[in-house]
Design a protein around this ligand. Sequence first.
Ligand code: G6P
Ligand code: ZN
Length: 543
Amino acid sequence: MDIITVETSPIEGQKPGTSGLRKKTRTFMEPHFLENFVQSIWTGIGGVQGKTLVLGGDGRYFSDRAAQVILRMAAASGAAKVIVGRNALVSTPAASNLIRQRETDGGIILSASHNPGGPNGDFGVKFNTPNGGPAPESVTSRIFEATKAISTYQIMEAQDVDLDALGTHSLGRMAIEVVDPVEDYARLMSEIFDFDKLRALFSGGFRMRFDAMHAVTGPYAHAILEGHLGAPEGTVVNGTPSPDFGGGHPDPNPIWAKDLMDLMYGDDAPDFGAASDGDGDRNMIVGRSCYVGPSDSLAVLAANATLVPRYSGGLKGVARSMPTSQALDRVALRLDCDCYETPTGWKFFGNLLDAGRATLCGEESAGTGSDHVREKDGLWAVLFWLNILAERDIPVAELMEDHWRTYGRNYYSRHDYEAVDADKASELMAALHGRLPSLPGTAVAGQEVEWADEFAYDDPVDGSRAEAQGLRIGTKSGGRVVFRLSGTGTEGATIRVYLEKAETDPEKLAQDPQEALLEMIALAEEVSELSERTGRTKPDVFT
Ligand code: G6P
Ligand code: ZN
């Protein structure tokens, strides 16, 4: 089989963001776009000669084509082997597990996570390092540098590999092993959780609904929940992955998982509801008439971790991204374990997990995970909740009330303003940045500002520093507002406003978060002049 060298030139806009390179699918389908980026990955990681990689993704539109191109490029550059999920499907956490279990040199994940798919949707390519986690900035910046200097790429001229057939194939001298994407992952889950207890829960009549949102967790949830754990058929809905996610938006939040919310707040609600995103790393948790926000969910997992076999010996430490609520900190204080605050992006947890400083991590963006892999893990979080409910034997709503009574409650919400003109968004951030030093000691919207800063993170393990990670304002009354521009959007800019208020008064623990946060909402508007600057008077999405 011939290896061809194709002349190319740098294409603008190939800088990896919060989570790999994400673009409109059509952009990825333009001549050389995918190929330039893949060759730059090879350059950024010091070549693939003799290496073994994992390849898979959430099955979104164009994944099948992209997988064939990547295989031909890996073969052309001398890779020894690629382990591919059947039909190029592997959830992000399962890919992380495969990279680790098989001790490979890393892997490529084809996904744009929770962004819609299809020819008019989004596509993405992400490189994960041998620890199974997203490449750190040192690697992604080498990849980016390579995209700016590229002049040729190598690709093998060959027929498509049959990725539907399990077993070993070859492409030139490179081996391709097509594996069942669920098997290893399901085994890992059975080692972490008490599957006997969970089987007993379901056989005792516990009812749940898992909405796979037409995305990659369908096969995993069918196999684990309905197969291994014996939940009745029909527990998993929208369980067949589709290239455009059934035309939907595979983001597990109350807006996009509305059917599940309606069911859980209706008369015939089951005991427990959950959903996961496009590539299976995010999760949403909802009890009967009780939505559990991601920050609270993380705090609950930490507080109850010892009920789960793998964590029965306690937690080495916990970590959350900066905009995530401080509910976790309250639990860590009680448990007397370290609590780290990192910038947004799962990659920042990697060092803490590798160094054994943190066991559990989570983000407000619906991601929770632990040191079992190096990605957040949607189904793992769902099984964690089930394991807690099986042990505690109380409804979700009661568990939350009990949690807040014990630790206090951090009212929390994120308001998103999407597809804002990029210049206007940066002007807003620049103006606010300029105002920060003058805010402490003044009153804004009737509230006394105690501190204001721009978040920067010094990694305690490798000493690297990440700057400009969000603008924060804290009030005397224990409130906090954070402003950040999203690093995952593909259209204009998305302004995220994270609102938080701590409450320990037992009489005030049952408010609607949007009501409880009214003062913080007013403060956010006044310091940023958001409506005047963007013309937006209400968020497009709030969580
Ligand atoms: C991805 C990353 C997460 C991150 C999220 C939010 O899902 O994997 O770690 O929290 O993006 O990113 P954004 O920059 O859009 O707020
Ligand atoms: Zn995702």
